[in-house]
Design a protein. Sequence first.
Length: 368
Amino acid sequence: MQDDTQKINLLDFDRQDMESFFTEMGEKPFRASQLLKWVHQFGVTDFDEMTNVSKSLRTKLAEIAEIRLPEIVEQQLSSDGTCKWVLKLDCGNHVETVYIPEDGRGTLCISSQVGCPLDCSFCATAQQGFNRNLTTAEILGQLRVAHQTLGEMKNVNKPVTNVVLMGMGEPLLNFKNVVKASNLMMDDFAYNLSKYRVTLSTAGIVPSLDKLSDLTSVSLAVSLHAPNDELRNQLVPINRKYPLSELLAACRRFFEKDHRRKITFEYVMLAGVNDQPEHARQLAKILKGIPAKINLIPFNPFNGADYRCSSIEAIDNFRSILVRSGLVTVTRKTRGDDIDAACGQLVGKVADRTKKNRRQIVNFVQEQ
């Protein structure tokens, strides 16, 4: 029998991978659908419990494979019902996953990297540095852990209905694993989520964005945060590699490939930095012609942050200008800030390997 550390984690496999796995074992491809349902729909991790699989195959699977989930090392429940899990990975690093219950739905915010290399100045995750990409199993494992844990919590009665890849990391810098995990979330034999209920958020890695709609049908959110290159270069350094003109052109191409729904643009509100009326007018101008929804995000403070949140009056005025320009605009309600689970506050525990300053960010992205 193989050592446990050498076993194949079947959470890494999408339907195609699973079919190939069973074919190579001399089994019929339909075994893939059986395993997907047991693991993702029924939450079974013990092969002996998979009763429609022959005993001989169950024995063989137990020798070479496993379903290994990230380990919950901390769970925090906010006064507003938001739940945050700190998950330990095999490498010793930690990532964070957040569940947000709302009227009629439950949204799970999932991480895609250990830390983040993009160094956005208003984000706590970016200040942790970067260690590595998460595997497909580690991305999908967050959803499996949430399903399992929420089912055991007496005070939570809403299942996960929506997934947003808006946690730690830049999803498009972990393209292959994120696409595979996203497709499993929408697979009929896995989680069967609608393509309208799985959303990927990116700061704008243009080459990967251009490939995205060819390989998956997730919805798109773009972390914009500034209406001009000079300001965005400061807030979102990747803009130096892919400036607004290139990013917005890619957004138009994304929509042209699949006229499904508006692209969401996320805009964190920073007092005296990007929240002035002229910024709102510039934003309306650059988004003209793009089917867009704007999410205004009140800045959530963290230790060492150099920013303050815009006032309610400034946010309301900013939103009014955008609405008068014909843009659908909402102000996101802050959730989970009392447990540092709000947007931009996730930190986990990261053994930073990059030690990169902003001048090196572009070079890092080119290496991926």
